[in-house]
Design a protein around this ligand. Structure first.
Ligand code: PEP
Length: 253
């Protein structure tokens, strides 16, 4: 029997949000009823400055919080960085690793992403490991090869299926309003599941939540989330407003 993991809808606020923005998460907490909570796990990853206050404000709502990045080391002379243990101490349960903006703007390789993801596990956080091709790679027909290579290089050794989340985020779809066709999303997610099976065994691979991310909005969430091997969404822009984020959660549940 195939196990279908409980879907996860995760919001990535990127470098957006100040304390006044907690109004939006208050509204999200009020809008998430018990039936939705049973069907869908919900997560917001705010900037680190908001993590502690947001985590405290969301207690009892069923919405978890997470970081957007962590350092691979537990502590030390790394000015400006945040460790996985610090995120956990501020209330986080998850952390995004290897977002394409980190891979591109901060030069993070898959080896770095693997080390950060291992650090997250060490702090009892669930890493959400992002992988995805650029437009040039897509046009060259390399999507599946690129995604598999990033997955192999970024996945910590010996990780169990329910300890990690994978987010497939085509770089060209992030923040652009463009999305791959449903058939393309289904093909890539199936390839990710197969590669996970090779890396961790089929039974563990079946437990991994594979999220789709890239211009998910209320109007396309239902179709994308209904595809095989799509176990939720990583949402950027549309996670900043309670109304839109709740509409996406409803479309998944
Ligand atoms: C993201 O940054 O992870 C993302 C998916 O952004 P958007 O939803 O805005 O495309």
């Amino acid at each position: 029997m195939t196990v279908t993991p409980k879907p996860l809808v995760a919001g990535n606020w990127k470098m957006n949000g100040v304390r006044a923005s907690l109004q939006q998460t208050d509204e999200m907490g009020r809008g998430l009823d018990a039936a939705m909570r049973r069907k869908v796990d919900v997560l917001i990853c705010p900037p680190s400055t908001l993590l502690h206050a947001m985590s405290a404000a969301l207690i009892g709502t069923g919405i978890a919080t997470g970081g957007q990045d962590c350092h691979a080391e537990a502590a030390g002379a790394f000015t400006g960085d945040v460790s996985a243990a610090m995120l956990a101490d501020a209330g986080a349960r998850y952390v995004i690793t290897g977002h394409s903006e980190r891979r591109t703007l901060h030069g993070e390789t898959s080896a770095v992403v693997k080390a950060k993801s291992a650090a997250a596990l060490g702090a009892l956080l669930t890493p959400i490991i992002c992988i995805g091709e650029t437009n040039a790679e897509r046009v060259a027909g390399k999507t599946i090869a690129v995604v598999k290579k990033q997955l192999r290089g970024s996945l910590p050794d010996g990780v169990a299926g329910d300890e990690v989340v994978i987010a497939y985020e085509p770089v060209w779809a992030i923040g652009t309003g463009k999305t791959p066709t449903p058939a393309d999303v289904a093909e890539v997610h199936a390839a990710i599941r197969t590669e996970l099976g090779r890396l961790m065994g089929k039974a563990e691979a079946a437990k991994v939540r594979i999220l789709y991310g890239g211009s998910v909005k209320p109007s396309n969430a239902g179709e994308l989330m209904g595809l095989p091997h799509v176990d939720g969404a990583l949402v950027g822009g549309a996670s900043l407003k309670a109304e839109d984020f709740l509409a996406i959660i409803r479309a998944v549940g």
